[in-house]
Design a protein around this ligand. Structure first.
Ligand code: SAM
Length: 278
């Protein structure tokens, strides 16, 4: 057995393991349109309130692969191992850090793998994004880990839509988190560099990139430190946004609370950014 250094094992990121997983996702029609249709309006609306009951009702007794993937990932349910084993390599996904076992027969997701899709100037794109499971599902109060990695949020999609889609040589995704901006940037930039201060975020970003067949430059560090000597044609960032973060770093959630008060963080990003634009 290999020891896992990261949230997601390096072994799993190799094309053969990843391809087996994405083939299974594709085979189950685990994509945005099909999943939204399967959830129905009530199921979708319930999920916007972090309530799983309408979606579970809609899935009923169905035991097909798509239903079980929806239960496993967005609905955060425990799913029988024997059913998942019919289309997933469950031991490999447990060793990878994506799934966890509860007793002999129960399987739950430690990482949320969700369909994601968009249409841009190059046409339709469809794939998956990896992030931490959403906390507080069904009003169950749990402590959010300080290094929690947010999935695709309304702010993520707003930024993707605001980004000027011109063809560029190089792009920087600063504070990449789950890697969603890079999925968009890779469509119109020759090279994309992702940075984040949170090692767990970079693990999720690496998984997101691998799931979508992308091999981009991922670097760890704060703000522009990992790209100190580099410049880019385009810089994209959706940085931590809480205006008055807790003063004690131990109380902060890294995805939303930086060490600056007011608009200090954005000011820093913009001012420093000038010297990293080509
Ligand atoms: C609001 S999330 C945005 C994630 C993603 N880019 C998106 O658009 O959804 C902010 C991200 O910035 C990262 N971050 C926080 N402080 C940072 C810093 N000093 N340097 C680099 N990244 C940082 C967090 O770890 C988190 O992944």
């Amino acid at each position: 057995m290999t020891m896992r250094q990261h949230a997601v094992s390096d072994d799993f990121l190799r094309p053969d393991s990843i391809n087996a997983f994405t083939d299974a996702l594709r085979g189950a029609k685990y994509n945005v349109d099909a999943v939204l249709e399967r959830l129905g309006e009530a199921g979708q609306e319930g999920l916007t309130r972090n309530q799983t009951m309408p979606a579970l009702d809609r899935l009923g007794d169905a035991t097909d692969a798509q239903a079980d993937l929806i239960r496993l990932f967005p609905l955060q349910q425990i799913v029988p191992r024997s059913r998942l084993a019919a289309f997933l390599d469950v031991p490999a996904l447990i060793e990878a850090g994506v799934l966890g076992a509860i007793g002999r027969e129960g399987i739950h997701a430690d990482i949320d793998v969700r369909p994601y899709g968009f249409t841009d100037a190059a046409g339709e794109w469809s794939g998956w994004v990896a992030a931490d499971p959403i906390p507080g599902m069904d009003s169950i109060v749990t402590r959010t880990r300080p290094n929690y990695v947010l999935g695709v949020s309304p702010a993520s999609t707003s930024l993707a839509q605001l980004t000027v889609p011109d063809r560029v040589g190089s792009a920087l995704d600063l504070g990449a988190g789950c890697g969603v901006q890079s999925l968009h940037l890779a469509r119109h930039a020759d090279t994309v560099t992702l940075t984040d201060i949170n090692p767990r975020a970079l693990d999720m970003a690496r998984l997101t990139l691998a799931l979508n067949g992308l091999d981009l430059d991922v670097r760890a560090g704060s703000f522009y430190e990992p790209v100190a000597h580099d410049s880019f044609d385009l810089i994209v960032t959706n940085p931590p946004y809480v205006m008055s973060p807790p003063t004690d770093a131990a109380d902060r959630l890294v995805y939303r609370e930086g060490g600056f008060a007011g608009d200090g963080l954005v000011r820093h990003v913009v001012r420093e950014g000038a010297s990293h634009l080509a």
